[in-house]
Write a protein that binds this ligand. Structure first.
Ligand code: NOJ
Length: 900
């Protein structure tokens, strides 16, 4: 929300939120579904209508009361995915194999998967069955709901189709309450040209009680029971200083959740970009058994079951069931549908310095110099809205930024970059070329009367680009060409903000639902995907300006399923409070498991002034989160890392330097998530899927599979309780090298300089040993390997390396992928992917081996191109740590280190 707007309202925060934003009871389609579903009408499958092909089944389901038929289609998709569509339209290409048919049900299987899909006739229900055990049922709660398009009531006598409405009453009063053709909220009236169009369906997950996903909410990682009167809301909104532990939808939405239990992980991807509500309820239940089980059914057990009820305001039912069985399989299945995380340019994994606003070129130069003076590495300077001429994006404020190119050259001389903001609202000003051109071409979203939609945002009265139109995206992309964007250079990258979209005086601070997009679609149909399209067009623009050579960097506030393909996401306007630091972990974990690995939160908290201790703790946490940017709103005190006194500067410097040391590991994780879909920030349950005690953990997480991070999020902490999972694991404190056995919760003492990070036994973490001004200076810096031995005395790890900025890794296979393994006293560096070639001059100069039980008598290096060399070493019996220093082993060559 706009800070200024909010200041106009002088009541308590909570009341402000209630006035501005809806809870479910204020949402008409929620009330309709609740009321209608309480009447328990059912759908039945017409088995005589079934047609099957090798890959699909199609059949009719009919509502017994309205007699209106729906067409259901079930498809099997490669990789253990089922797709269910229910609508009134023609189907997509099918891929399912019919196994058998019997009376009253139809059984379908999907190639290699262990799950079969059984369709029951009366009432309509679908079960996913694994070895005679029902894993998931669809519509077993009878919540299938489908509002058919109708002739407007004004003109009508009741038609057959609007008997559904008749069932819930057609009095004027009830019409208003149910918001069929008109829905009121405060002073806003939403006129619905298409009438009620909502849909809904329930899914019962048998044996599951741990669910995760459906960002974005300021909520716990594990989804909570909503009861029957609230729901997680997915509706992209600009919520300034959002309330914690709330189900209100924030800036972005991914309508996708994962359910996990020992031995099975599932995903449900509800492909719908209209406003969506999700109810979650876990219950103890009698587990249904397949009918053919006969007398065994008598032995039914009471089991846990979680019901998920999806409701959307419009669209069709189009849902993908990802059947796992492991978390890793589900990540792959989801990315098969929506894409994987793009590999970012390396600089964007460094530290970013932002504030609303860095005032002028001089301010930029002095903040930039401050980092060098205080020996703190950073990569990117950011400019917020005030850098423009009156919030006209793609322009510069001539007074504050008279020579943007010179400013960029200064940054370039330090191998640093600039990010500037570009929002989707365009100031209405015929003399502003971006506006004039878009206006002329008809590139704005229109209002329901067919004129350009107008709303207030930062520049005052604005129109909003219709990014859902491919032509508009193409044109917008072209605005980033160096010739078009005056004052831009190739070190300038982009930040898309306010793209929910935020409309200050609009309903819930966003666009009216009856605004019209390309193809005559109402805004309500696609609200949640608007921001994704802006980021897509921006990323494409940055690629194009480099003739397809350079990777883009685009940060977006609003997002949808698939946004991972276009850049990074952050969690919006948080507060400089401990509770907001703490919630960054679950919020980022949730984004991560729903495909969006490149995510972060404003370090320090956007609103308010953090005290030094909080700021230090936030930097320490942020250093281990994928996107790492300090940001603060207007009217906050300056808080560059050196403004809190020497002690704190030192602590922040240490945290940022540790981030830079870890970049080789982090970059390798980005490669891994790009090709193999596993998130970078991982909830513990993903790495330890059989360890029940990890399923609800959200104050610590794994960074890749090697590091467990437990940021300190309490003031004045002297100790933290850290769960070190896995009964066969050993864990090493990354600073003290103290070793712990897994499957214990340890009380770890902490001082202000402690970042509790533990390296998992059995892993090798590649690091940089020399930290410099920015990532650009570190290309040739030497490497170190941190080897942590498992209980059996072995370890393995990887390093991925390329030029860090182009697409050559893809087109020319210019990359290096190395594998490190340690076994029986020998550390081997070998090639992990023969397809890649990227010779590097870099050497490994340090090797640290943790968990070596006895002092070696000799250490020698062996490689094909030089004779065997003895190596000096230091061994500490107390910590069982062996240190090898001043090595000169080329990172891209095969070699071995023998420890005897
Ligand atoms: C809202 C964003 O969330 C915030 O990060 C930014 O500073 C302001 N808009 C101003 O552009």
């Amino acid at each position: 929300m706009a800070a200024a707007e909010k200041e106009e309202i002088s009541v308590e925060d909570e009341d402000v939120d209630k006035k501005i934003f809806k809870d479910c009871r204020k949402i008409a389609f929620y009330r309709r579904q609740k009321q209608w579903l309480s009447k328990k009408s059912t759908y039945r499958t017409s088995l005589d209508s079934v047609t099957t092909s090798s890959t699909s089944a199609k059949f009719k389901i009919t509502n017994e009361e309205t007699e209106v038929p729906l067409l259901a289609e079930v498809y099997g998709i490669e990789g253990n995915i089922f797709r269910l569509k229910i609508n009134e339209k023609a189907p997509l290409k099918p891929r399912l194999t019919s196994c058998s048919e019997d009376i009253g049900s139809l059984l379908l299987a999907n190639g290699t998967g262990d799950l079969k899909c059984r369709i029951l006739a009366d009432p309509f229900q679908i079960d996913l069955v694994s070895e005679e055990e029902v894993v998931m049922s669809i519509n077993s709660r009878g919540q299938l709901y489908f509002e058919h398009l109708q002739i407007p009531l004004k003109q009508s006598r009741l038609t057959k189709e609007n008997e559904a409405d008749a069932a819930v009453g057609t009095s004027q009063e009830n019409q208003d309450d149910l918001g069929l053709w008109e829905e009121k909220f405060g002073k806003f009236v939403d006129i619905k040209a298409n009438g009620p169009t909502s849909i809904g369906l329930d899914f019962s997950l048998h044996g599951f009680e741990h669910l995760y996903g459906i960002p974005q909410h300021a909520e716990s990682h594990q989804l909570k029971n909503t009861g029957n009167e609230s729901a997680y809301r997915l509706y992209n909104l600009d919520v300034y200083g959002y309330k914690l532990h709330d189900k209100l939808g924030l800036y972005g939405s991914v309508p996708y959740l994962m359910a996990h239990k020992r031995g099975r992980t599932l995903g449900i991807f509800w492909l719908n970009a209209s406003e969506t509500l999700v109810e979650i309820n876990t219950e103890e239940a009698v587990e249904p058994m397949p009918p053919q089980m006969g007398p065994v059914a008598a032995e039914q057990k009471v089991k846990i079951r979680t019901d998920v009820h999806w409701m959307s305001e419009s669209g069709i039912i189009d849902v993908f069931l990802l059947t796992g069985p492991t978390p890793t399989d589900v990540f792959k299945q989801y990315s098969y549908l929506t894409g994987t995380q793009a590999i970012p340019p390396l600089f964007s994994l460094g530290y970013h310095q932002c504030r609303w606003n860095y005032e002028d070129e001089q301010d930029v130069a002095s903040v930039d110099a401050g980092f060098d003076e205080h020996d703190i590495p950073y990569d990117v300077m950011w400019l917020d809205i005030e850098h423009t001429r009156g919030k006209r994006y793609f322009t510069w404020d001539k007074k504050r930024f008279p020579n943007p190119k010179r400013m960029q050259e200064l940054l370039r001389s330090k191998k640093r970059k600039l990010v500037v903001i570009s929002d989707p609202h365009i100031k209405i000003d015929p003399d502003y070329s971006v506006y004039a051109e878009a206006k002329e071409q008809g590139f704005f979203v229109r209002n329901h009367e067919g004129r350009d939609f107008e709303g207030i945002c930062w520049p005052g009265l604005s129109s909003y680009l219709d990014f859902t139109n491919p032509k508009v995206r193409e044109w917008y992309s072209s605005l980033f060409a160096f010739s078009a964007y005056q004052g831009s250079t190739d070190i300038l990258y982009i930040w898309n903000d306010m793209n929910e979209p935020s409309v200050f005086r609009g309903p819930e601070l966003t666009m009216h639902k009856n605004a019209i997009h390309h193809g005559n679609w109402e805004h309500r149909e696609l609200h949640n995907i608007y921001g994704l399209y802006q980021q897509m067009a921006t990323a494409e623009g940055l690629i194009q300006r480099s003739n397809g050579k350079e990777r883009p960097f685009v940060l977006t506030r609003s997002f949808f399923a698939g946004s991972q393909k276009y850049g990074a996401v952050w969690t919006g306007d948080n507060r400089a409070e401990w509770s907001y630091l703490k919630i960054t972990i679950p919020m980022l974990l949730t984004l991560s498991i729903t495909g969006i690995s490149f995510c972060g939160a404003d370090v320090g908290g956007f609103i308010g002034n953090p005290r030094a201790e909080l700021l230090v703790r936030w930097y320490q946490a942020g250093a281990y989160q994928p996107f790492f940017r300090g940001h603060a709103t207007q009217n906050t005190k300056r808080r560059e890392p050196w403004l809190f006194g020497k002690k704190y500067t030192q602590l922040i410097r240490e945290a940022i330097r540790e981030r830079y040391a870890l970049l080789p590991y982090l970059y390798s994780l980005f490669y891994h998530t790009h090709v193999a879909s596993k998130p970078i920030m991982r909830p513990l349950w993903v790495e330890f899927p059989d360890e029940l005690e990890t399923f609800s953990v959200e104050d610590e997480y794994m960074l890749g599979s090697a590091l467990l991070v437990h940021p300190v999020t309490e003031p004045k902490a002297t100790v933290v309780d850290v769960l070190l999972p896995g009964s066969t694991e050993v864990w090493y404190d990354s600073k003290t090298f103290v070793v712990w056995e897994g499957a214990h919760t340890m009380k770890i003492p902490v001082a202000l300089d402690t970042i509790p990070v533990f390296q998992r036994g059995g892993s090798v973490v590649p690091v940089k040993t020399t930290i410099r001004k920015s990532t650009g200076y570190m290309t040739d810096s030497p490497y170190g390997l941190r080897v942590a031995l498992s209980a059996e005395g072995s370890a393995s790890g990887e390093l991925y390396l390329d030029d860090g900025h182009s697409f050559q890794y893809l087109h020319q296979k210019q990359f290096l992928h190395r594998k490190f393994s340690f076994r029986s006293g020998i550390l081997i560096n070998s090639c992990a992917d023969e397809r890649g070639h990227y010779p590097s001059k870099c050497v490994v100069e340090q090797i640290l081996i943790l968990g070596l039980k006895k002092q070696p008598s000799s250490v020698t290096t062996h490689s094909s191109d030089s004779s065997d060399q003895p190596v000096k070493f230091m061994y500490c019996a107390k910590t069982s740590a062996l240190k090898l220093e001043r090595l000169s082993l080329n990172i891209s060559a095969d070699w071995e280190v023998h420890i005897t």
